[in-house]
Design a protein around this ligand. Sequence first.
Ligand code: MG
Length: 376
Amino acid sequence: MRIVGVEVRVLKPQEFVEEATRINVPAALIRIFTDKGVEGVTMLEESIYAEELVMKFRTARRWLRSVEDFIPLVGADPFDRERIEKSFWDQYFFQRSAPTVLCALDECLWDIAGKVLGMPIYKLIGAYRERIPAFASTQSYDRVEDYVRVAERCLEEGFKAIKIHPPRYWRKDIEVCRAVRETVGDDIVLMLDPFHAYARDEALKVGREIEKLDFYWYEDPLPTTDIEGLAYLCRKLDIQVLTGEDIHDLYGYAELITRGAADSLRCVDVNVGGITSMLKVAHLAEIFGMNCELHSWGHPWQQAAHLHVMLAIKNCRFFEMPFPVGIFDQGTKDVIRIDRDGYVHAPRKPGLGLDVDWDDIERRTIDVISYPERVS
Ligand SMILES: [Mg+2]
C-alpha cells in the first residue's frame, strides 16, 4: 500500500454562541489517500497548518532530494509511521509549525491503519480500558455568577468533575473557586486551570486556597518555561501541579520531569505531533510514576485522537470535555458524549472512528488544496 496524495479543505469558521459563551472555530479537513482506496481523515483547528502540510508534500521531493534517508510522503507505505515521521521531524524540527503539521499527518496515518485492519486505534495500540470518566472543561467568563450557573448545568448534565478556566485575576479566581465549590458540594471533583496567568507569589496564594477547597489538580499556574517557579510550587504545595500542554517536543518534557517542575504532565496532539508523540510522552511519564493528562479540548477529531490514547494508557485519570458540550462539533455526526455516570466510551468504528458529514463539509469549504493536484 502506498500514499498517493493529500487534500486539504479550508473551512469557513464555525461560530457558537450560547448565553455567556462565544466561540469561533477556524478549521481544515485533511485527507491522505492511498492506492488501495482507503483514506485517512482528520481535522486541524487552524487551516494554515493544514495548508503547510500540502506545501511540505509539494516541496519534499525537490527540496530534500539530497537527503539520503528521507522518505518522500507520496509513495511511502502508510504503515511506516515511525520512519515517515522521524524523517519529517528531522527535516522540519526547526520550524515552529512542525508538530502541528506532523499531528495532521500522524492522525491520518493511524486512521488509515485502523481502517485497513478494521479496528479502532486504541485497540491497535493495545487497549487498557473501554471507558474513562470525563470532566466538564469550562470557558472563561467575566462574572462569578456565570461560573455558578455553568457549574449547575454541568451537574444537571451528569458530570462528576469540572475544570474551571477562571477569569485569570488571582483574587477573583479564588472567589470563583469558592463559589463553585459551594455550588457543587464536596463530592464533585474540581480542577483549576488559570492558563499561565500568575506570578509566583500569586500562584502560591491561589494554590493554598484551592488546597483548602479540596481541588484535585492545579494546572498551568505559571508559564511553562518558568521551570524554577514550577519546581518551587511543586515543593510548596500538596495539590498536584500539572503543566506541559504547550511543550513542542519530548526534550521539554524530560526537563520538566528531571527538574521536579510538574507532578503530572499535560499533553496535546497538535503541540507534540499527534497520537504517536502523545504515547511517547505518556510512557515517559509512566516511567517516572506520573500521570499524563491529555488535552481533549477541540473538535470531534481532536477529541477522538486523545480519547484513543487515554484508552490505551493507565496513567491518565480524565477525559476533558469542552463545555457547553457540543461547542466544537463540526464535520461529523460521530460526536463524543458522556453516559449518565459521567464516562465517555470507546469509539467502535475503525480508525479514529469518525465519518465525515459531507453535507456540512461541502457547505463550509472555502478552498481545496491538494498534492498532486486533483488527487481525489
Ligand atoms: Mg490547560
